[in-house]
Ligand binder design. Structure first.
Ligand SMILES: [Zn+2]
Length: 477
């Protein structure tokens, strides 16, 4: 378990109350001179005085002093700089001293200040529970997911794109400050077809009567089975009603599903188009799980904007993805995921087919300069979830640390912005620049020289800030 510190939220609330009280007192005592100025026609002076009152009381601002910035875009660190966070926004960045009277000062001592990390393929409700818990004991699974969400934030992941699972309530609890956790961009239930990837029903659940009762898998909100464009429309709209900001569907077979062979293309084109049409009506996009050339090409032809995995595609398809400006969301899946599957099982056999494609696909993504997002796709394993930073560090098989960190910050944030009208956190994420949302990590050392620093967040991330609030600060000790 990672260290958790909840005090800073209460601290911020206390400081806010103090600011209101001091402002009220100042207005009370200065009301006469202000009225005098107003009456004598000196409105400008009065306005300046009131504005001054508002801008100098900066009790809950935070000033990072003497930090070297990795901005989420470039390949190097800045000169020693000062960064002022006002509210939930980065207000000022300067190599000169910053005037921030009353702000909490943090002595950076030359440490690295960088954007909070973003995992573009996460399952907040399914990462730490077993499948049986996730589908059969939803209240227990929700509490496990809440605890894991706090760990996720304490690993420096300030945002996740959740591509399958009933994460709406968890997101609400985090946004309301009930539990600490990352910002969540949820897709809601994975949309699949009978015997598609994500259909975890058993033979005893068959035959399905259209319009009939739902299985626990569906009522839990993990996955929804659709077998016609009309059913697609219903299930997709239901996700949006609950707060989905993108739609995730499974356009081809997958490793962990017992009845979905890898070579099968699952959705028909009219079904894919139905999902894309509704998503576009809602101002956002569809992301499709797809390994094979066939599944990827059908998805792109129907208007899908992001391909998840793609590990069995041919070179011509990589070129097509690049030409069309489609996003490719890749994961450097760790060996433990493959070896964790029982030898001799259908799932293990499929993993043996997929795994050699991981390195090949990263090479293709680089060769054709595809817009590449990074994620982990951890499922049903808290031990693996704790490796989230290590999985990011493993990208150095193909990328420099700077390239990998840009992917997990600035580039992933560009993918998040594809949610358009449905973006739950409008504002710039994944970068350190003036006006951006203040999701920040203060790192001991330089991760651009030593990527392994991100694999050990409990030692190396000294401060974790999300939305301007400090959730971890081990410098204070
Ligand atoms: Zn996944």
């Amino acid at each position: 378990m990672c260290e958790k510190s909840f005090g800073s939220q209460e601290l911020a609330r206390g400081k806010f109350v103090a600011r209101i009280v001091s402002l009220a007192a100042a207005v009370f005592f200065l009301r006469r001179p202000v009225f005098k100025m107003l009456r004598s026609g000196r409105q400008l002076f009065a306005a300046a005085l009131l504005l001054g009152l508002c801008t100098t009381a900066n009790a809950d601002d935070v000033l990072f002093e003497n930090v070297r910035i990795f901005d989420g875009k470039g390949a190097g660190l800045s000169e020693p700089s000062n960064v002022l966070v006002r509210g939930n926004v980065i207000a000022e960045i300067s190599t000169s001293p910053v005037n921030a009277e009353g702000a909490e000062r943090i002595a950076g001592d030359g440490r690295t200040l960088m954007p909070g990390l973003i995992d573009a393929h996460w399952h907040a409700m399914l990462a730490a529970s077993t499948p049986a818990e996730a589908m059969g004991d939803v209240s227990f699974a929700s509490i496990v997911a809440g605890d894991e969400a706090t760990d996720t934030l304490m690993r420096g992941f300030t945002t996740v794109r959740d591509v399958g699972g009933p994460a709406f309530g968890l997101k609400r609890a985090i946004d309301r400050g009930i539990i600490p956790g990352p910002r969540i961009y949820p897709s809601g239930a994975m949309i699949t077809v009978t015997s598609g990837h994500g259909d975890f029903r058993q033979f005893t659940d068959l035959p399905r009567r259209i319009g009939g009762p739902l299985t626990p898998m569906e009522t839990s909100g993990g996955a929804m089975v659709v077998d016609s464009p009309d059913e697609v429309r219903v299930r997709v709209r239901e996700q949006f009603m609950q707060g989905a900001v993108l739609i995730k569907l499974t356009a081809g077979g997958g490793v962990s599903s017992p009845f979905s062979p890898l070579d099968v293309t699952t959705f028909t084109e009219p079904e894919l188009r139905a999902a894309v049409e509704i998503a576009e009506n809602w101002g956002t996009y569809v992301a499709a799980h797809a390994f094979t050339t066939d599944a990827i090409r059908k998805a792109i032809a129907a208007g899908v904007k992001c391909i998840e995995h793609g590990f069995l595609m041919d070179e011509a398809t990589a070129r097509l993805i690049a030409e069309k400006g489609i996003w490719l969301s890749l994961q450097p899946l760790p060996e433990l995921m493959r070896t964790g599957l029982r030898e001799g099982s259908v799932e293990r056999a499929k993993a043996e087919e997929v795994w050699p494609g991981i390195g090949r696909t990263y090479e293709l993504a680089k060769k054709y300069k595809i817009k590449t997002a990074w994620g982990t796709d951890v499922l049903f394993s808290r031990a693996l979830a704790q490796q989230q930073g290590a999985i990011l560090a493993s990208l150095t098989r193909w990328y420099t640390p700077a390239e990998a960190l840009v992917m997990a910050t600035g580039t992933n944030a560009e993918l998040l912005a594809l949610s358009g009208q449905r973006n739950p956190y409008p504002g710039r994420l994944g970068v350190v620049e003036e006006g951006a949302l203040a999701d920040l990590l203060l790192v001991e050392g330089n991760p651009l020289e030593n990527m392994d620093l991100v694999a050990d967040p409990s030692s190396n991330f000294k401060i974790i800030m999300k939305d301007g609030v400090i959730y971890k600060n081990t410098l204070a000790k």
